[in-house]
Design a binder for this molecule. Structure first.
Ligand code: AKG
Ligand code: FE2
Length: 313
């Protein structure tokens, strides 16, 4: 398998006929694996390094200091989630020991006017709990804002790839409820528990994920049709993008949300990554894009909430 690359600025600047060719390539990638390396993203490098440094400082703290910003109750979506709190494979009905990781999570930066649904307010519009570390909050907020803009641009390319008008997704994603997760996978020694991974095999839940694994780091793998695993390249200066379950459902399985994991091997150095999970507005109605009735309509927010209940977080 060759891992696909898509140059976003190349697409955005292309003339009409070249744009069609590139959109067809993007459609093929999303049908085949739903995973690609994204270049030409235009996110300023210093925003990325500021964020990576801030996150590294956060994880370097003593456990007690990290716990100061822990999610205050089970199910609270943001803040620090320590070791042993999540097993992603459970979202696929596979019972495994907890993933070998810790994370810090944050949500939308503001509550849009007119949101009154208490479930929405509780599930995605509760505050992010900020650590008391110089520069952490601004670095995080800047990076989050960049990811929101990048996701919107990718959604334009997706619309074109699906033969829809450029702005088709705009109204669905103008108040997105995306989550940003900084992940730290501590160095491993011997791996003692059977089936324990850094992130168990899972698919992502939303429209698309923008991943930034630490450059040249190892371990992210996508499932192959024959049951094997393929190592995802993590080139410097590029993001890894993948389709989530909601997009597969929206496209009535034209596009695939592929199983992936971060494999745990003995004696690995620590590994960090940033994962931005793009999710349409809380109340966007996700109806099959082909006009069929193959899937029932769902609301973006409640759909996501159901998915979360399954991972033991
Ligand atoms: O850390 C990574 O590279 C991937 C993590 C991941 O797939 C996830 O958290 O959904
Ligand atoms: Fe994932």
């Amino acid at each position: 398998m060759e891992f696909a690359t898509f140059d976003l600025q190349g697409f955005e600047k292309a003339g009409l006929s070249q744009r069609k060719i590139l959109a067809a390539q993007l459609d093929k990638i999303c049908r085949d694996s739903g995973f690609l390396v994204l270049t030409g993203h235009g996110v300023p490098e210093n925003y990325i390094t500021d964020m990576q440094n801030a996150v590294q400082e956060f994880f370097k703290q003593a456990p007690d200091d990290k716990q100061k910003v822990k999610a205050p109750y089970a199910g609270y979506p943001y803040g620090y989630l320590g070791p042993n709190s999540e097993a992603l494979a459970k979202s696929k009905g596979v019972d495994t020991p907890p993933d070998l990781k810790e994370s810090f999570n944050g949500g939308p930066q503001e509550v849009p006017h007119g949101i009154v649904d208490p479930e929405a307010l509780e599930f995605c519009y509760v505050p992010t709990i900020w650590p008391d570390l110089d520069g952490f909050k601004p670095a995080w907020q800047t990076y989050y804002g960049e990811m929101e803009r990048l996701a919107s641009r990718i959604m334009v390319a997706f619309a074109v790839a699906l033969n829809l008008p450029d702005g088709f997704f705009e109204d669905y994603i103008n108040h997105p409820i995306s989550g940003l997760r900084a992940l730290n996978y501590p160095a491993t020694d011997e791996i003692s528990l059977l089936n324990q991974q850094r992130a168990g095999a899972h698919t992502d839940y939303g429209s698309l994920t923008i991943l930034l694994p630490q450059a040249e780091s190892q371990g992210l793998q996508v499932a192959l049709p024959d049951g094997g695993w393929f190592d995802v390249p993590t080139p410097e200066g590029a993001f890894v993008i993948n389709i989530g379950d909601l997009m597969a459902r929206w496209t009535v399985d034209r596009w695939v949300s592929t199983l992936h994991r971060v494999v745990a091997k003995p004696y690995q150095p620590a590994r960090q990554s940033l994962a931005f999970f793009h999710q349409p507005n809380w109340d966007s109605v996700i109806a099959p894009l082909d006009g069929s009735k193959k899937y029932e309509n769902v609301l973006s927010g409640p759909y996501l909430m159901e998915k979360f209940k399954s991972t033991g977080s």
